[in-house]
Design a protein around this ligand. Structure first.
Ligand code: BG6
Ligand code: MG
Length: 213
């Protein structure tokens, strides 16, 4: 069989590990302490988008106006809470099924990268024991536009020396699937994005990648 892809670019939060739940809890704490309504439906809109863009979405429901300095302070507070949750993570937070799938894909010869909007990506990879595992890491520190802009994935493809059309993106965010498509890449979705039918393949789990690759 002729291979359609040479490389796979994985989103991190909500695909490799469940840090998306920690993002939710940290934002929920900030929203509650400022009297802003915030629930899991709104939270789904934060998937894939940058920290400041996430805050803007949360503040849509706020009765008060916040200055730029106050917004910076809220985003910093959220990140402090989030980092405390990340500090508790260990390699046991990398699901066995995800690790087995990554290893199997590596054996099949795929080059693999992370394509994440998060500025905490390297810390998370260290916590779950995947530091140095991927061939490239493109994250929130090397981009100027976050998903749905394709920049983070195009940079990952460049780092892998692979044409975008030869890369498959794996995503749990609708914004991430859109970013992949805008970058000329196909997307295999799990989680929320899969439920929304945002991918070229809408899978139940990361493990299901082995049925399509
Ligand atoms: C993405 C998450 O991976 O990273 C978003 O899906 C988050 O919800 C974004 O806002 C930025 O993360 P961080 O760690 O830089 O605040
Ligand atoms: Mg995600």
């Amino acid at each position: 069989m002729v291979k359609e892809f040479d490389a796979i670019i994985f989103d991190l939060d909500g695909v490799i590990c469940y840090t998306d739940e920690y993002h939710y809890r940290a934002w929920k704490a900030i929203a509650d302490s400022n009297g802003i309504p915030f629930d899991r439906t709104i939270n789904n809109r934060l998937r894939g988008v940058s920290r400041m863009a996430s805050l803007e979405i949360i503040l849509e429901k706020s009765a008060c106006l916040f200055s730029e300095a106050e917004k910076e302070a809220l985003a910093t507070q959220k990140n402090e809470i989030y980092k405390q949750l990340l500090a508790e993570m260990t390699p046991a937070d990398l699901p066995e099924s995800v690790k087995t799938t990554l290893d199997a894909l590596r054996k099949k010869g795929y080059r693999m990268a992370i394509g994440s909007s998060s500025k905490n990506a390297m810390f998370i990879l260290q916590q779950i024991g995947l530091d140095g595992y991927f061939d490239a890491v493109s994250d929130g520190n090397n981009i100027t536009h976050s998903k749905p802009d394709p920049e983070v994935f195009l940079k990952a493809a460049q780092m892998l020396h692979t044409e975008p059309s030869r890369c498959l993106v794996v995503e749990d965010a609708v914004s991430g699937a859109e970013a992949a498509h805008r970058g000329g890449m196909k997307a295999a979705c799990v989680g929320d994005a899969s439920k929304e039918g945002a991918g070229n393949w809408n899978l139940n789990s990361v493990e299901d990648l082995l049925n399509i690759l």
